[in-house]
Design a protein. Structure first.
Length: 532
């Protein structure tokens, strides 16, 4: 357990991607089975400990210390696992030299039920030191927040065995912790695990953003263009009676979209965009969010926000892998497949006709639907290859909207930002122009540099007028305050917010120290952007 705790500790303190990669490779190479496989499951989010939940941990720790003091401690530290590992009362350990193996701890927790889980977990916390407590809580609750994605962990496996990361991605959903066959193959002790599972994930092909001079070097005649819809990228795969719906990162999201899953009566792998509404009346991203990340969906919710897929590409048809074919050939095969699909759940992403980049740019800036966020460019001769190769595909997003808003509230962040006020609520003017009031319209916690974060943090501390638990209200009126230029991708109506609007991906694009608060935008400016 100490080795795993040390790994997490060093990953937290290592900022660079390459540094984290080296730590992971070294750990996998030096740690025996099954511990390294269980550590891998923790890093990729594939280890489930049903007997341990964050609410249970809060109950355990507040039975041992004053709840108010714990609340202040958690607010300051910003991470539940770190807070509990630090404040948990020290108890004499019977054997300081015994270091329980990760596999022993996981087996103990997985045997525990809801009734005896709290007692067993508290006993483990009593037996461990601070770094091991932190690691224990992280492995039990997930949500590591240590700067390691599942993709990075798989890249470390690829480097360990001198393989391609995409090769591991395609095997992944047929493997189970502690991944004994995977490590045996990576170390040359066994053959490659067979992709025995049906409806396997195919690593997605991604596009590069259009940058300066990219289009000057490209011939418009070499590319097809299609609308870039504001949903989530998915793969719908049917094979041998097995149906799966994957996100772009390879997570199976089918449980949230049973209505779409029921319509996947085909033997194919289709790449596209998951949306809600219907092909003739596409809903917004905020509508889609009503169904994302759910383990179950009621019939009422599914009826209110029906799911469908806008199809971009055909990766496999029957037993034939189409990815090596040029885009135009895959597109033709997709068009031929479409009539056999349920038209309520699947439609074809239309191509955008154009002859020049200027002509396409005009269409990009005035798309025919508010859920379109730009255009995709795909070379006619491009094969479907994993990753983000530059040249075959480009994404040319619509320029973001901007609004000048006034900082109203601030809250400390989590993890590395727990010492700074880094989460900001901002508002615009509404009501009578002679006596307007600020109405909150959004929250943002990125878009600024580290130096700008320090500047805003100092401003918040110097201009706090009220406190509401961890939240500070800052001075903001017609004569004083900080104006923030907010960039966002789109706007939707909202009944949950007093302002009646909800922003899509708001972020701080500029600090307007120069601008008087009285010159910030009004709510009517945002309302004019709402789709009909």
């Amino acid at each position: 357990m100490r080795r795993f705790a040390e790994l997490l500790d060093r990953l937290v303190l290592t900022p660079s991607r390459n540094g984290k990669l080296t730590l992971l490779v070294d750990y996998f190479a030096a740690t025996p089975d099954p511990d390294r496989g269980l550590a891998l499951a923790v890093l990729t989010g594939d280890l489930d400990i049903p007997s341990v939940k964050p609410a249970m941990l809060r109950t355990l720790v507040t039975e041992r210390m004053d709840p108010v003091l714990f609340g202040y401690s958690y607010d300051y530290v910003g991470d539940l696992a770190e807070t509990i590992s630090l404040v948990w009362p020290e108890t004499p350990r019977q054997d300081e030299t015994h270091d329980p193996r990760l596999s022993e701890i996981v087996a103990t927790l997985q045997r525990a039920g809801r009734a005896d889980g709290p007692r067993i977990f508290a006993d483990l916390l009593d037996r461990l030191d601070i770094p091991a407590r932190f690691a224990l809580i992280k492995l039990a609750t997930g949500g590591l927040r240590i700067g390691v994605s599942a993709r990075l962990a798989k890249q470390a496996l690829a480097e360990l065995g001198s393989k391609e990361a995409n090769e591991i991605e395609e095997l992944w959903h047929g493997l189970k912790p502690p991944y004994l066959s995977l490590f045996a193959w990576l170390e040359g002790r066994a053959e490659k695990p067979s992709a025995a599972a049906l409806a396997m994930f195919r690593p997605v092909m991604l596009a590069h953003p259009v940058e300066d001079r990219d289009l000057e070097k490209a011939d418009p005649a070499d590319y097809a263009a299609e609308w870039k819809w504001d949903g989530i990228r998915v793969q719908a795969i049917g094979e041998g009676g097995v149906r799966r719906l994957y996100s772009r990162t390879g997570d199976d999201v089918a449980t949230a979209f049973p209505d779409l899953l029921d319509a996947m009566d085909f033997e194919a792998a289709i790449d596209g965009e998951l949306l809600v509404g219907s092909p003739s009346a596409t809903g917004s991203f905020s509508d889609l969010q009503q169904r994302l990340n759910r383990k179950t969906v009621s019939a009422k919710l599914a009826a209110k926000y029906p799911a469908f897929m806008r199809c971009y590409d055909l990766l496999q048809h029957g037993a034939e892998d189409l990815r090596p074919l040029p885009f135009v050939d895959r597109r033709a095969r997709l068009e031929a497949l479409m009539p056999s699909l349920d038209p309520r759940r699947f439609d074809l992403s239309p191509l955008v006709p154009f002859d020049t980049w200027d002509e396409l740019n005009a269409q990009r800036m005035s798309p025919p639907h508010p859920v379109i966020e730009g255009v995709m460019l795909k070379r006619h001769d491009s094969a479907y290859v994993p990753g983000r190769p530059k040249g075959p595909w480009f994404k040319w997003k619509r320029d973001p909207f901007t609004v000048d808003a006034v900082l109203m509230y601030a809250q400390r962040g989590h993890g590395k930002r727990s010492s700074f006020y880094s989460d900001y609520t901002f508002g615009v003017w509404a009501g009578d122009e002679a006596a307007p009031e600020l109405v909150p319209v959004g929250k943002a916690y990125f878009g600024f540099t580290d130096e700008e974060l320090k500047q805003i943090d100092k401003y918040v501390r110097d201009n706090t007028i009220e406190r509401f638990g961890p939240v500070r209200s800052v001075r903001a009126d017609m004569t004083s305050g900080l104006v923030l230029e907010i960039a966002f991708e789109g706007l939707n109506r909202s009944t949950r917010h007093r302002s009646g609007v909800a922003m899509r991906f708001p972020r701080i694009s500029r600090l307007r120290w120069d601008k008087p608060t009285a010159e910030a935008d009004r709510l009517e400016t945002l309302q004019a952007l709402l789709p009909d």
